[in-house]
Design a protein around this ligand. Structure first.
Ligand code: ATP
Ligand code: MG
Ligand code: MG
Ligand code: MG
Length: 437
């Protein structure tokens, strides 16, 4: 991509209505634009990152054996009347009436609809187990939308749903998602901590929120420091026994405010390892048994010939919220520092003197080589002054910058800057390319 042809409306001033750094940087870097409270247009730069995050989430879901489909954003209210949630959900649900006076709603989540789909086709234990997921926009009329995409009203969520014959099998599905989530967030350069979450009236132990520690997080959290530094499982056999991997983590204390037990925290965790901090909920997994399959009659015939309600779980990831979470975890005073896996462009090429024959030729050459290597480079071929060019590249957080100017070129040299560390290297054109590809 050439910057002169791209659409990158960067702002010089920090918008006064943005309270946290990720929101400020997303506005300044021209990633999003607010269209109404908690409702954003994704500008080209923001969209590129959103798609990268979405792809990582999708790859890890697929790896864990989940199957992708796509459900609509609008849902008939009658489905929610069947489960009994239509009245319970309250004002967070956006209710819509169509021209035939039929009640619809913009889905805040999809348990009812997926249960309806499942019961339409699956009748036997032989159809089990199944994990189905989609990545779709949700709407929740949050009372206080804030912090940009962190708490939007319209937001992108990955939600998966598992179907099993019994709790034992449902636990295996839960473990798959548990491990997939750890790997998903680690690939984005995040340290996620699974924390015991409230299971409400359903009870049981199978609910965890995945939390990213950050000062600006909305939840107060408590955990054992060993959990924060534990590496993600990485490659595992999803058909094998994942229980030890899960147990290794759930054995260590970790709870959000609602589940926190101060006495147990102090008894279980020595003082030097007690982390009490703030965190961002980026994922939530939940086994809820037959909560929806019972009232909605999603029954399967077991090997014994008897019909039973299918055991279910749901597993959410805040795909759009993750942009904010990653920026909160990775930025400096000059802008965003994208982890390579989610960066909108893999490298920036800065032509310091657009119009100068040697600079133009070298820049296009480096650009073409990085492009051919699949790095998705951004070439700054504009006539801006040097300071502004550096500032923009730093702001949008491209991991590597290749700076090409007339003085260096005379000696056959360009400069490679590593955004995260600020390190600079004077290299030949060839070495610069080789270093990045
Ligand atoms: P929160 O406690 O932040 O309100 P939640 O517990 O209501 O979130 P879930 O129903 O668990 O959310 O939804 C799954 C995931 O969707 C959450 O873990 C979060 O990452 C994301 N999410 C929820 N609400 C929003 C929102 N308003 N804006 C952006 N992402 C959201
Ligand atoms: Mg909520
Ligand atoms: Mg929550
Ligand atoms: Mg939640």
């Amino acid at each position: 991509m050439r910057l002169s042809r791209f659409f990158l409306p960067v702002l010089k001033e920090t918008p006064s209505d943005a309270q946290i750094v990720s929101h400020q940087l997303m506005l300044r870097a021209g990633m999003i634009r607010q269209e109404a409270a908690g409702i954003y247009a994704w500008l080209p730069l923001g969209l590129r990152v959103l798609r990268k995050i979405e792809t990582i989430v999708r790859e890890e879901q697929n790896r864990a054996g989940a199957i992708e489909l796509l459900m609509p954003t609008l849902q008939p209210a009658d489905l929610w009347r069947e489960s009994g949630r239509y009245d319970d959900y309250g004002k967070e649900m956006l209710r819509i009436v169509d021209r035939h006076e039929r009640d619809l709603l913009y889905g805040p989540t999809n348990e009812e609809m997926i249960t309806e789909i499942f019961r339409g086709y699956c009748r036997s234990y032989k159809d089990l187990p199944k994990i189905l997921y989609h990545i779709q926009w949700k709407f929740r009329d949050e009372i206080r939308p804030r912090f940009g995409v962190m708490r939007g009203r319209e937001f992108l969520m990955k939600d998966a749903y598992s179907f099993d014959l019994d709790l034992e099998s449902a636990t295996k599905a839960y473990n798959k998602m548990f491990v997939a989530y750890l790997n998903t967030f680690a690939r984005m350069g995040l340290k996620s901590v699974p924390m015991r979450a409230d299971t409400g009236p359903i009870g049981g132990k199978l609910s965890h929120e995945f939390i990213i520690l950050a000062e600006t997080g909305e939840s107060e959290v408590f955990c054992d420091a060993r959990l924060v530094d534990m590496p993600a499982p990485g490659e595992v056999d999803f058909d094998g026994d994942l229980q030890p991997l899960v147990d290794q983590r759930t054995a260590l204390y970790a709870a959000t405010e609602e589940m926190h037990d101060a006495a147990r925290f102090e008894a279980d965790v020595p003082e030097e390892r007690r982390v009490s901090a703030r965190g961002i909920e980026v994922g939530h997994i939940f086994n809820f048994g037959t909560k929806y399959s019972d009232p909605m009659k999603a029954l399967v015939t077991g090997p014994d010939g008897k019909d039973t309600a299918v055991h279910m779980g749901s597993y959410g990831v805040g795909v759009s919220r993750l942009l904010g979470a990653i920026i909160e975890a990775s930025h400096d005073e000059n802008g965003v520092i994208w982890p390579e896996a989610v960066a909108p462009f893999g490298a920036g090429v800065i032509n310091m003197r657009a119009g100068d024959e040697a600079c133009d030729a070298a820049s296009t050459d480096v650009y073409a080589k990085l492009d051919a290597a699949g790095l998705e480079p951004l070439l700054d071929d504009t006539n801006e002054r040097a300071g502004a060019k550096f500032a923009t590249m730093d702001l949008i957080g491209v991991p590597y910058q290749v700076v090409i100017g007339p003085r260096g070129l005379k000696e056959g040299k360009v400069e490679v800057k590593i955004r995260a560390s600020g390190e600079r290297h004077e290299l030949s054109l060839e070495d610069a390319v080789n270093r990045l590809v």
